[in-house]
Design a protein around this ligand. Structure first.
Ligand code: NDP
Length: 280
C-alpha cells in the first residue's frame, strides 16, 4: 500500500453544533461531494498562522467570521468586486495559485430577495449599519437599488455607511437617526432588519418601527437566522407584507460558497431543511 505524505491531526472539537457546519455538511452529503467543512476557533493573534495552515493543508477555501473579516484581507492575493467595495471578506477561495477574498453575505441576501422581488429601482430601508448592513447595501446597490435609507442608533456608524454607499456605488443614500419608532417612508419597497435585535435568546424584542407605516406591497426581511421567525417577521406577515427570514440569507451565502469552492450549485432546500431541524 502506498501512503501519501500526510499530517494527520487530532484536535479537540471547538464548539458544539455549529449551524453553518450542519448546513454545509448536509449539502456535501446530499451531492456526494467529498469535502469536509470544519469549524476552528482562531484568535486574532493566530490568524496569519491559521491562514498559512489552511493554504499548506490543501484547503480549497474557508469562511471567516467576525473579527477576522477585515484582518484576513492582508493574507490574501486579491479581492472580488463586492468584497473590495464592502471592505470585508467572509469567504476565501483558491483560484489557481491565488487566494481571492469574496463577500458572500450580501450575495446571500440578494439571492434570497430575488426569490420574491427585484431590487432594481427600489428604495431600500436598512435598519443597522454594521457588517451585515454594509454587505447588503453594497450588493443591492450593485444590483440596481436606487436609494437607501440607513437607520442606525449610533450616528457615526450610520453616517459612515451612508457616505460609503453614496461615494462607492451608483445609488443614493440618506442617514436617519434612530431615536424612536421609525416611520417607513411611503415609497420604500424593501425593509431590512440588519441589526442583531431579535437574535436568540432575546427573542421577544423587535426593531422599533412604526408598524402602521408597513404596507402589504413592501418586502420585510430579517437577517436573524435564529430564531428564523422573529417578532418582526411575524408582525410583518400579519400585516400582509412579503416576508423573508434570515435562513434565506444564510442558505444562499452557503450555496454561493459551495459554488465557489466545488463548482456545484447545491440544493438549497436540503440546506434549509438541515438548519430548520437544528433550530426546531
Ligand atoms: P455588527 O456588530 O457589525 O452591527 C450590529 C448593528 O446592530 C449595528 O448597526 C448596531 O447599531 C445595531 N444594533 C445592535 N443592537 C441594537 C439595539 N439594541 N438597538 C439598535 N441598534 C442595535 O453586526 P453584524 O452586522 O455583523 O451582524 C448583525 C446581525 O446580522 C447579527 O445578528 C448576525 O447574526 C446577522 N447576520 C446574519 C447573516 C445571515 O446569513 N442570516 C449573515 C451575517 C450576519 P450601533 O451601530 O448603534 O451599535
Amino acid at each position: 500500500m502506498n501512503f501519501l505524505p500526510t499530517l494527520i491531526g487530532c484536535f479537540a472539537k471547538p464548539v458544539a453544533e455549529n449551524p453553518t457546519v450542519v448546513m454545509m455538511e448536509a449539502a456535501f452529503r446530499h451531492h456526494g461531494l467529498h469535502y469536509l467543512y470544519v469549524n476552528m476557533e482562531v484568535s486574532p493573534e493566530n490568524l496569519a498562522d491559521a491562514v498559512r495552515g489552511a493554504k499548506a493543508q490543501g484547503y480549497v477555501g474557508f469562511n471567516c467570521s467576525l473579527p477576522h473579516k477585515v484582518a484576513v484581507i492582508e493574507h490574501l492575493d486579491g479581492l472580488g468586486e463586492s468584497a473590495r467595495l464592502i471592505g470585508a471578506v467572509n469567504c476565501a477561495v483558491k483560484r489557481g495559485d491565488q487566494w481571492i477574498g469574496e463577500n458572500t453575505d450580501g450575495k446571500g441576501f440578494l439571492n434570497s430577495l430575488q426569490e420574491v422581488a427585484d431590487p432594481n429601482g427600489q428604495h431600500v430601508v436598512i435598519l443597522g449599519a454594521g457588517g451585515a448592513a454594509r454587505a447588503i447595501a453594497v450588493e443591492l446597490a450593485l444590483a440596481g437599488a436606487r436609494k437607501f435609507t440607513i437607520v442606525n442608533r449610533s450616528e457615526d456608524r450610520g453616517m459612515e455607511l451612508t457616505t460609503h454607499v453614496t461615494r462607492n456605488t451608483p445609488a443614493a443614500a440618506v442617514f436617519a437617526p434612530w431615536t424612536g419608532p421609525f416611520a417607513i417612508p411611503e415609497d420604500a419597497g424593501v425593509v431590512v432588519n440588519a441589526t442583531s435585535i431579535g437574535l436568540y435568546p432575546d427573542v421577544d424584542v423587535m426593531p422599533e418601527i412604526d408598524l402602521a407605516t408597513l404596507k402589504p406591497e413592501m418586502v420585510v426581511a430579517d437577517v436573524i437566522p435564529n430564531p428564523p421567525y422573529t417578532r418582526l417577521f411575524n408582525e410583518a406577515e400579519n400585516l400582509g407584507c412579503k416576508v423573508l427570514d434570515g435562513l434565506g440569507m444564510l442558505v444562499n451565502q452557503g450555496a454561493t460558497n459551495i459554488e465557489y469552492w466545488a463548482g456545484v450549485s447545491p440544493d438549497k432546500g436540503v440546506m434549509r431543511e438541515a438548519l430548520a431541524r437544528l433550530f426546531g
